[in-house]
Design a binder for this molecule. Structure first.
Ligand code: G6P
Length: 634
């Protein structure tokens, strides 16, 4: 959700900014821009150059190539529109009226309307519809005041101005600011939105996410909530919101946190779908080593006290993560015997259920930055704290693919799903990683609580160990099959996904994937619910994709499918390869596995079919319209 990059050093800033923005384009891609401070003409003050372009980053690159943007200090932005249409004037950087101060922002300034009104009352004219534009105007005002006192260097003045302004801003944001009168100063600040400082040799690069630092540095200093930093060629000065100097050591990024390339795949989404056998193998290697004690058969980073006394679980998540949470809830209830509820994080924030004791709260977020999930977790922490729940901190768990993200700083216990960076906006391998995390958690809870026998637990573990092999085989057959089937969808406008029990969330995920990348209207339903409404939609133009795995609801799903067949809908079955039925028009075969592990496999046809339908339609699969991978706004 918007990506920001900023650089100061000895090299030309614009190429570094464009490279960093390319790596962050998954965060937003409806417009982009950059600003640099040009000191080449020795003119005082130096010149602020700002370039912005609507559409993909390529447009900005062409603009910079043709018109130039010299300077060794600069800031850049790739936008996912929240306030104001995606056009040139609303792209960032936003600048003050005199054109001396430039600001890029990721997040939302919630009180921008009030701030805007009071600035307008003072005669400030706004040039954009963005919430961000208030920031350069406010900084300009503060700088005028500071100049009157005039005892500080220009860099220190800019730092102080940004610190003062950040105290006036409500919301979640990360900003980077440059000023033509401070050609050696880059000021950055963050509150509730991510921002990392990368330490290079004689240069610094700040960014919203680690891929932007690839090839630049592996040494990073993640900024903490409310901090403001002044970066100069001489070093970093870090302050908290009160202006007190902070000292912290940098950390080193793992390779997997930086590397993003498509290898030989046409799209990141396909590459990431194909990486799933490896995601599962790595997970098994790390979490299911042989020889663990029977009371803790899965290696997770918690001690016995984490599991003790949990009577209820609540899970907060959005989008695909919520679907993983629903499979998790099924496992935690049906396998481990713990009552579990799943909430949309965005709803939970404003309508949380009454508190009950001994509850474990789990936040699921592949990015670890989703504003709604973080806010819901933090609200729940405050609620419990105010009621004096003594073990609340240890009763919070985050499941994420980004252990260096905000969720890890907010929550005591973390399961790192370790799927490696996912670039495609539509989540695929991180979904599998989240599911596996829930299997691990459910198994350990079942073992501790003795809700399942050792044999049942052992059997489930053995089945999970077979998943990478099944996934590899399925990718081979299903890729071709999905490609063939996708041609039947060239005119399709509505698709219904059906599933029951543990596969109902997979039906929801199938519908979400298809909507996200192909823009076809799709809905997921529990198969038994179809007769209560959706059946009215069915005719020969509608496709119904039904997950029917062997298990307690197998025959039920088949009967539900018959009802669709009677309405002439086109039926695609995601069902065991051994199934003996003529009911489906097409079959996407599943290996014969237990119902309990079937979601780990039935996700493959959902992902591949969506991918190929979108590819056939020539769509921008890795960057679907209006979507962003990391949603740092409410
Ligand atoms: C966005 C992404 C989805 C993702 C959702 C939740 O909408 O496009 O793919 O499922 O956010 O993101 P999270 O990072 O919290 O899992």
């Amino acid at each position: 959700m918007c990506g920001i990059v900023a650089v100061i050093g000895s090299r030309q800033a614009a190429p570094l900014l464009l490279e960093g923005l390319k790596q962050l384009e998954y965060r937003g891609y409806d417009s982009s821009g950059l600003a640099t401070i040009d000191t080449t003409s020795n003119q005082i003050p130096s010149r602020l150059i700002c370039k912005r372009a609507k559409g993909k980053l390529l447009n900005l690159r062409n603009l910079v190539d043709t018109s130039g943007s010299p300077g060794r200090l600069g800031i850049g932005h790739t936008r996912w529109a929240t306030h104001g249409r995606p056009d040139e004037k609303n792209a960032h950087p936003q600048i003050d009226s005199a054109g001396n101060i430039a600001v890029v922002q990721n997040g939302i300034i919630e009180n921008h309307v009030l701030l805007r009104r009071s600035l307008e009352a003072e005669g400030v004219e706004f040039a954009s519809e963005t919430d961000t534009e208030v920031i350069p105007h406010l900084i300009s005002k503060e700088l005028k005041l500071l100049k009157q006192v005039g005892r500080k260097s220009s860099g220190a003045m800019l730092l102080e101005a940004v610190r003062r302004v950040s105290l006036k801003l409500n919301g979640a944001y990360a900003i980077a600011v440059i000023w033509n009168e401070a050609p050696d100063a880059l000021v950055v600040a963050r509150r509730k939105a991510p921002l990392l400082i990368g330490l290079g040799e004689g240069e610094f690069l700040c960014a919203s996410d680690t891929p932007a630092l690839a090839g630049f540095t592996r040494t990073i200093l993640p900024m903490q909530d409310g901090e403001v930093a002044l970066l100069t060629p001489l070093g970093i000065e870090l302050y908290d919101q009160h202006g007190d100097r902070q000292k912290r050591s940098p950390s080193v990024l793992r390779d997997s946190e930086q590397i993003v390339n498509k290898r030989n795949f046409r799209h990141f989404m396909l590459k990431e779908i194909y990486e799933q056998p490896e995601t599962a193998s790595l997970w098994i290697e790390r979490h299911l080593p042989e020889g663990l004690p029977s009371e803790s058969p899965v290696a997770l980073p918690f001690d016995a006290s984490f599991y003790k006394g949990v009577e209820k679980i609540e899970i907060l998540a959005c989008g695909t993560s919520r679907h993983a949470a629903m499979v998790g809830a099924y496992l935690l209830e049906q396998f481990s015997g713990i009552p579990t509820s799943v909430f949309y994080a965005s709803e939970f924030r404003y309508a949380a259920p009454p508190l009950s004791p001994h509850t474990l709260t789990i936040g699921v977020s592949q990015s670890g930055e989703t504003a709604d999930t973080l806010a819901a977790l933090s609200m729940e922490a405050k609620r419990r704290d105010s009621l004096g729940d003594p073990d609340y901190a240890s009763r919070q768990l985050g499941i994420t693919n980004r252990p260096e993200s905000s969720i890890s700083r907010q929550v005591t216990n973390i399961i790192d799903i370790g799927a490696g960076i996912e670039v495609g906006v539509a989540a695929t391998k991180t979904f599998l990683g989240q599911l596996l995390a829930f299997y691990g958690l459910a198994i350990n809870f079942a073992a501790k609580r003795k809700s399942r026998s050792d044999e049942e637990i052992k059997k489930l573990i053995e089945e999970i160990r077979t998943v990478p092999k099944h996934l590899t085989l399925m990718l081979e057959t299903h890729n071709e099959l999905s490609e063939e089937l996708s041609h039947q969808f060239s005119d399709t406008q509505d698709v219904i996904f059906l599933g029951r029990g543990i596969n109902y969330p997979i039906a929801l995920e199938g519908a979400l994937k298809l909507k996200e990348v192909s823009y076809i209207h799709a809905e997921g339903y529990p198969a038994g619910e179809m007769k209560h409404g959706p059946i009215a939609l069915l005719d020969h133009k509608v496709a119904v994709i039904s997950i029917a795995n062997q298990g307690i609801v197998f025959d039920k799903v088949l009967s539900n499918v018959q009802e669709a067949k009677a309405r002439e809908a086109r039926l695609i079955g995601v069902a065991p390869e051994t199934i003996e039925t003529e009911i489906f028009d097409s079959l996407m075969p599943l290996p014969v596995v237990s119902e309990l592990i079937s979601p780990l496999l039935s996700l493959i046809p959902m992902q591949l079919l969506s991918y190929h339908i979108a590819a056939n339609r020539g769509l921008d699969i890795d960057q679907p319209r209006n979507l962003a991978k990391t949603v740092t706004v409410e």
